[in-house]
Write a protein that binds this ligand. Structure first.
Ligand SMILES: Nc1ncnc2c1ncn2[C@@H]1O[C@H](COP(=O)(O)OP(=O)(O)OP(=O)(O)O)[C@@H](O)[C@H]1O
Length: 282
């Protein structure tokens, strides 16, 4: 278990209490995207939100920082009900909740430095030296200090996502929301971005909530999962818990993949063990 995880009795860092969201469609009909979902997320964990396309995952994620305002229910982050804050208070509170997106959302006409410095210049009155030190620190976390003066167009997809992560980290958030962060990346790049996210969770204690439709991402990163179907929460479980029967098709699929992966790992370990004496003899 992550050493940064809070004890089970500690209050959750994030509490969604019966949140609902409807959208008005162009033809006048009302569509219920999220239907009275209640979910607690403990500090220090990596939490996956999974479900089929259109299940309401992104809408639920965007309610955590009130990019989508729920029609009903409460959103508590670190004990504060975001739905009751003034615009100024909400702006301040959002400093503690970073977010990254599938398409990176970088400022195209700004350098890497300017992109990462942006949230720091926007809030508070930090000195230039302070800002520069923090930008360098965040770029070091994502392994991109050499790209300080590059522009987004000069970077690969993986590098762009790393800049976005550095920008999200700059104001020292407690929570990092990730909306399909690796869907636009190839397998190798996905792996290294997931490694970086894990390191941010373990080393900096940042709680991560990630929306993904890729089950291998859940395996590689998450320790807890919530499954959404048609805007409703159908189940939640610890990824490592194979004893409790899964209620949803996706939950079962995830369990099967876990078993397959465990077998492969065991197999690889056996092969490595068998090869050892030969290596020594050579
Ligand atoms: N602004 C909006 N106006 C109207 N409908 C919307 C709006 N945003 C989302 N929806 C609808 O709400 C439903 C849930 O959308 P959401 O993006 O949360 O799903 P999702 O599970 O993240 O899906 P995907 O994996 O395809 O991104 C979808 O049917 C979507 O079309």
């Amino acid at each position: 278990m992550n050493p940064n995880s809070s004890s089970p009795s500690a209050p959750p860092l994030i509490r969604l209490d019966a949140v609902s969201k409807t959208f008005k469609l162009p033809d006048g009909r009302v569509f219920e995207a999220v239907k009275s979902v209640s979910l607690d997320m403990a500090a220090g964990r990596i939490f996956g939100l999974i479900g089929k396309s259109g299940a309401g995952k992104s809408t639920l994620l965007r309610m955590i920082n009130l990019l989508e305002r729920p029609d009903a229910g409460q959103v508590l982050v670190d004990g504060r009900d975001l739905t009751r804050l003034s615009k100024r208070e909400l702006r301040e509170t959002r400093q503690g909740i970073g977010m990254i997106f599938q398409q990176f959302n970088l400022l195209q006409n700004a350098s890497v430095y300017e992109n990462v410095a942006f949230p720091l210049k926007l809030h508070g009155n930090r000195s230039r030296t302070d800002i520069e030190a923090r930008v360098r620190e965040c770029l070091a976390v994502v392994g991109l200090t050499d790209k300080l003066h590059a522009y987004p167009a000069q970077l690969s997809g993986g590098q762009k996502q790393r800049v976005a992560i550095a920008r999200a980290l700059a104001p020292h958030p407690k929570v990092l929301l990730c909306d399909e962060p690796t869907s636009a990346l190839d397998t190798e790049t996905t792996r290294s971005v997931l490694d970086t996210l894990r390191e941010i969770n373990q080393r900096l204690g940042v709680t991560i909530v990630i929306v993904t439709h890729e089950l291998h991402v859940v395996h590689a990163l998450c320790d807890h999962v919530a499954v959404l179907e048609n805007g409703q929460l159908v189940e939640r479980f610890d990824v490592g818990d194979q004893a409790t029967p899964r209620l949803s098709a996706l939950g079962r699929e995830l369990a099967q993949e876990q078993v397959r992966e465990d077998i492969l790992k065991e197999h690889a370990a056996r092969i490595a063990q068998a090869a050892e004496p030969t290596t020594r003899a050579a």
